[in-house]
Design a protein around this ligand. Structure first.
Ligand code: IMP
Ligand code: MG
Length: 183
């Protein structure tokens, strides 16, 4: 592999080209659904940042962009099950048509919590867009309205997704070598 981060990648699961093609399709689908609805794109930090940047440029609507940070992970590869808001929105979502942008839908704990929280704050509608979906891991009744790729149960990194805050800058989705997280 080419450099010090890519040497920890076991295999490429989704290539840069596949991502770009799919993000274009997702952007078009969102445009069709939300034209004239003044949507608020709400990215879930930090994993969303690369996807969100590409997605909003693939969706030329008049829209706002906001971010929230939630934490259910504690540095490992498993969710703790409890979600905390570590960085909240600046404004109100009352009456707004929200597009939640996530990197990956895994157990569903994060999005189930977020959806409930935002509807409780008066959101008019919520469209969930996730780049990756791991349906085999779901423990909460939540699904994406739009998903980029359905993937098997493997821990993946790149295109914004991290392991222990690293590997977010790999431009594709890759499976991490087990040695990279077993130390
Ligand atoms: P959930 O609450 O279990 O659905 O987990 C969602 C969050 O866990 C995602 O937004 C990611 O930040 C993180 N996550 C889940 N699976 C992976 C993975 O394979 N790689 C990196 N992060 C992951
Ligand atoms: Mg995330």
């Amino acid at each position: 592999m080419r450099n010090e981060i890519e040497k920890d990648i076991l295999k490429v699961l989704v290539t840069e080209e596949e991502i770009q093609k799919r993000v274009t399709e997702l952007g078009e689908a969102l445009c069709e659904k939300l034209e004239g609805k003044d949507p608020l794109f709400l990215g879930v930090l930090r994993g969303c940042f690369v996807f969100m940047a590409d997605l909003v440029r693939a969706c030329p609507l008049k829209c706002d962009v906001e971010f929230m940070a939630l934490s259910s992970y504690r540095g490992g590869t498993e969710s703790s099950g409890k979600v905390e808001i570590t960085q909240d929105l600046h404004g109100s979502v009352e009456g707004r048509n929200l597009v939640i942008v996530e990197d990956i839908l895994d157990s569903g704990t994060t999005l189930a919590f977020l959806k409930e929280t935002l509807f409780a704050r008066g959101a008019a509608s919520i469209t969930i867009v996730t780049l990756l979906d791991k349906p085999s891991r779901r423990t909460k009744a939540v699904s994406a309205d739009l998903a980029g790729f359905t993937i098997p149960d493997a821990f993946v990194v790149g295109y914004g997704l991290d392991y222990d805050q690293k590997y977010r800058n790999i431009p594709y989705i890759g499976v991490l070598r087990p040695e990279a997280y077993s130390g």
